[in-house]
Design a protein. Structure first.
Length: 97
């Protein structure tokens, strides 16, 4: 969904991967109807709102990631493809026989 926007802004795909990890995977345990949140609530025997104040990393990480993004700390630019790489060759479409 965001791959084309990252390419348009000349950002390496690993930035997109890190953004998804920072915003989605880490915070998923705080959403009660998510599988992670439901599993944690059932395993711990408490609701997600009960353990949410103690999930410092899960709450702070998206904010730190946003600050790092605006400050351009650790943001990898998209390297131009070398002449012999696969990215430099045009996309081939299969032909019917």
């Amino acid at each position: 969904m965001f791959r084309s926007e990252y390419q348009r802004r000349r950002l390496d795909p690993k930035n997109l991967s890190r953004t998804l990890e920072d915003s989605g995977t880490i915070t998923s345990v705080l959403i009660p109807w998510n599988t992670c949140g439901a599993f944690m609530a059932q395993t711990l025997g408490v609701s997600t709102l009960t353990y949410a104040p103690f999930a410092f990393f899960n709450l702070i990480n998206p904010l730190v990631a946003a600050v790092y993004g605006f400050a351009r700390i650790g943001i990898a630019p998209l390297d131009p493809a070398p002449a012999g790489s696969l990215e430099a060759t045009p996309e081939r479409r299969p032909t019917a026989v």
